[in-house]
Design a protein around this ligand. Structure first.
Ligand SMILES: [Zn+2]
Length: 175
C-alpha cells in the first residue's frame, strides 16, 4: 500500500478508537445513575489512566453516613489501590459535578493531571463557583488542567430530577 495512504488510515483508526471526554463522562453518568437508584445525590466519577478506566465510584454519603463518602474520594481510594500508589500522576478524573473543596484537595494531593467535570455546583463548587483553587492565584506545587461543561445538560437533568423526586416524596409524607 502507498505509504501516505497507510499513514492516513492508521491516523484515522487512532482517532476513531481514541475515547473522548464525552465517552468517559458518559461512564461517570452511569455511576451517577447508580447513586440515584440508591437514593443518594446522583454524582458519579471515573478515573482514567493510560486510556483505561481504573476506578469508578458514585456518591455514598447517605449509605456511609459520612461526609468523606463523595464519589471522588471513593474513586481516588480505588485508583490508588489499583496502581498501588497514592500518586495518580498522569491520570484524569471525570466527575458529573464540580468538586467540592475537600475533593479538590484530594485531587491535588493525588497529583491527578486533569479534571473534567460536567456541571457547576453553585453552593460548594471549588473549581470556579465559590472559589477556584486550581487557578494561578494559588501557588500550589502541582498544576491541574480543568475542563468543564462536558455532558452538562445530562448531569443537571439527572440532579434536577433527583431533587424533584425528593421534594415529591416529602410532600407525599406530609399528606
Ligand atoms: Zn466532594
Amino acid at each position: 500500500m502507498n505509504h501516505a495512504v497507510d499513514t492516513a488510515i492508521r491516523s484515522l483508526i487512532k482517532t476513531m478508537t481514541n475515547k473522548t471526554d464525552e465517552y468517559y463522562m458518559q461512564e461517570a453518568l452511569k455511576e451517577a445513575r447508580k447513586a440515584f437508584l440508591k437514593d443518594e445525590v446522583p454524582i458519579g466519577c471515573v478515573i482514567v489512566y493510560n486510556d483505561k478506566i481504573i476506578a469508578r465510584a458514585y456518591n455514598k454519603r447517605q449509605k456511609t453516613s459520612n461526609v468523606l463518602g463523595h464519589a471522588e474520594t471513593i474513586a481516588i481510594k480505588k485508583a490508588s489501590k489499583k496502581l498501588n500508589s497514592w500518586i495518580l500522576e498522569g491520570s484524569t478524573i471525570y466527575i458529573t459535578l464540580e468538586p467540592c473543596l475537600m475533593c479538590a484537595g484530594a485531587i491535588l494531593q493525588a497529583r491527578i493531571k486533569n479534571v473534567v467535570f460536567a456541571t457547576f455546583e453553585p453552593k460548594f463548587g471549588a473549581l470556579g463557583s465559590i472559589i477556584n483553587v486550581f487557578s494561578n492565584e494559588y501557588k500550589f506545587n502541582h498544576q491541574i488542567k480543568v475542563t468543564s461543561g462536558i455532558c452538562k445538560d445530562e448531569s443537571s437533568a439527572l440532579l434536577k430530577s433527583y431533587f424533584q423526586t425528593k421534594r415529591l416524596k416529602k410532600i407525599d409524607k406530609n399528606i
